[in-house]
Structure formats: C-alpha cells, structure tokens
Write a protein that binds this ligand. Structure first.
Ligand code: DP6
Length: 330
C-alpha cells in the first residue's frame, strides 16, 4: 500500500546583508569566499508547503498560485535531490510557495524561499535538526538562505568545510530598531542573477582585497550593532556595499547593477546623514534597488524624502524579523 503523503508548512523571512556574501570557494556546496552579516526582514516573507508524495512521478512547484515549469522548477528539483540524498528517500514532492512581497521587484526571494523550503521539507518528514543543521541545509539551496534560519541580526561564518559553514544569531530583532526602506528603482528582472555572479567574482582583481578585509569589517559592523552606534555602522555598511559593487563592475564580464537613479539616491542618502543628521545609510544587492537602512525614528522622513526625490517611486518597508519556523497544521 502506498504511504500517505507527508506535509508541513514553514515560513522564512528575507534578509538584507550589511557585510555581503559575494563569491564562493566551493560553488557546489556554496562555501562562501568570506563571512557575511545580515538582518532578517520581518515584513518580507515566504510561506512554503512541502508534500512528499509517493504517487508523484516528478517534483512540482507552484509560486503564488501559478505553476512554475522553467528554471525555478529546475532549481527547486535539483535542491530536492540534495534533500533526498540527505534524508535517504526516493519520493517526489509537491511544493507550493507564497511570497507576501510582490515578485519581479528585484527583491531577492531566494533567501526566504530556500530557508522556508529547507524547514518545511524536513519538518514534513518529522526530521528534527538543530538550527545549525538547518542553516547548513538551507545554504545548499541558496547561500543567503543560511542567514534566514536564525532570528534577528545574524552572522554566517564562512567556515572551512560543509559542516562548519552556517549562520547564527548574535542579537535578537528587538535589539535595535532599524528599518529597511527599499526604493524600487527598477522592476526589471536582473540580467545576471547572484548565482552566475558568484562564479565570476574571482575574475576581479579587487575580490582578493575585499575578501581579505571582510573579517575585520564584519567585526566592526557587529560591534557597531552591539553598541547601536549608527555613525560607525553607516560608514561601514556603505563601504562594504561599494566594495562588492566595485568587484562586480570589474569582473569579466563586468556587472553594472546601479541605475542613474540608484546613484542619485545613494548621494542623497549620504547628504541627508551628513548635512541633516538623519540616521540613514544605503546598501545595494545584485540589483538597482536601494535599501535605505535607518533608525525607526527617521523612517517616515526618509520615505517622504525618497518620494520627493523620485516621484512615483515604489517603496517597501520592514523592521528586523524572526528566524524561520514551522506553521501549525490546520
Ligand atoms: C548580493 O544567496 O542570492 O545578495 O547562493 O547563488 O542563491 P545563491 O546566491 P545569493 O547571493 C546573495 C548575494 C547578495 C549579497 C548577500 O545577500 O550577502
């Protein structure tokens, strides 16, 4: 008799890196070139149900209610192969994923997507794992997903092996009331995604210098967060983003993610901080959208200044969030 399908639903939040992950020492295992540091985003999350079903002939994927049959399905099925090998099962899975933030805004969904998938897939099988083991498992789907497993402010130590490369929380979300105001500069799909970008990082002469100095920066950013020292935090976060984009722009082929409006916002953010004493700084991932990280008390002012600068600009907003968790079955 066929076994009954086993299912579970999990939720994970997106995260924004203050010290970036860019480049891998091992592409297949996603062992990063450097350690990174991030904050989970409470208001941007993915909720995923995984149903392991012996009757299925292949994995299936639905994203926001639409069947995915392209690259997204291939990436999820490849990841489910990793899980099948790890859990020693042969069954295929029905995966259904919902993002509470609009798709196609260039806002990374792979971190929350693979974190939620790792938690739901293992919970469905009744497998109990430590947070560290789940972070390692999520890393295999998407590097930054390792950081969406623990809560709040998170550090992903690069490690030197599969077992030693995982993320841990160093402060809970309530520790510091920071808000990420995301200026949506372009809704276009990125031409080169992070996975392809990581592969060319080593072709930039700047990558060794960025990697070599990353640990020192990480220590300083962590210390600024622990002391809630916005001035020090802001300078380091902007420097780290600029360093990653310098690597991107000097890779072969070069990757230019900034749009003219991204640069206009970055310049404005610096002057709002320097001239007007607003607690705000910028950071950009592999896309033109600008994450304006600010003190909660300055968030409204930053949002209205962004609108004044760019008219019809779409804005998303989030404070620091929890780690990934299993939702109760209904
Ligand atoms: C620029 O985790 O998206 O956002 O492991 O290939 O899925 P894959 O890459 P991903 O890379 C994130 C890159 C970044 C910086 C960061 O979040 O640290």
């Amino acid at each position: 008799m066929a076994e009954a399908p086993q299912s579970a639903t999990a939720r994970a939040h997106s995260n924004i890196a203050f010290v970036k992950y860019w480049g891998n020492r091992d592409q297949r295992l996603r062992l990063p070139a450097n350690s990174s540091l991030s904050m989970n985003l409470a208001d941007l999350h993915t909720t995923t149900t995984v149903e392991w079903d012996g009757e299925l002939k292949a994995d299936t994927l639905a994203i926001n209610g639409s069947i995915a049959a392209d690259r997204a399905l291939k990436r999820v099925a490849d990841y489910l192969d990793v899980l099948r090998a790890r859990f020693k099962i042969r069954r295929f899975a029905r995966v259904s994923s919902m993002n509470n933030f609009p798709m196609g805004t260039g806002i990374a969904s792979s971190a929350s997507a693979f974190a939620a998938l790792a938690v739901a897939a293992s919970a469905a099988l009744g497998i109990r794992m430590s947070e560290r083991e789940v972070s390692i498992l999520a890393r295999m789907g998407s590097g930054s997903a390792a950081r969406s497993i623990p809560a709040g402010f998170v550090e992903w130590r690069a490690g030197d092996s599969h077992e030693s490369s995982f993320a841990q929380s160093f402060a809970p979300p309530q520790h510091w009331n920071l808000v990420d105001i995301i200026a949506i500069v372009s809704r276009e799909h990125k031409r080169t995604g992070s996975s392809a970008g990581h592969e060319t990082a080593d072709s930039s002469v700047f990558q060794p210098a960025r990697v070599k100095s990353a640990d020192e920066r990480l220590r300083s950013v962590k210390s600024a967060i622990m002391r809630r020292d916005f001035e020090q935090f802001a300078d380091l976060v902007e420097e780290d983003s600029n360093l990653m984009h310098a690597v991107m722009m000097t890779s072969k082929p070069p990757l230019f993610y900034w749009e003219p409006l991204s640069l206009a916002i970055m310049t404005a953010v610096r002057s709002w901080r320097r001239r007007d004493n607003l607690q705000v700084c910028y950071t950009l991932d592999a896309g033109p959208n600008v994450h304006c990280i600010c003190a909660a008390s300055d968030a409204d002012a930053v949002a209205s200044r962004l609108r004044a600068l760019a008219g019809e600009l779409d804005i998303m907003r989030s404070s620091a969030g929890d780690g990934a968790y299993v939702l109760p079955a209904d």
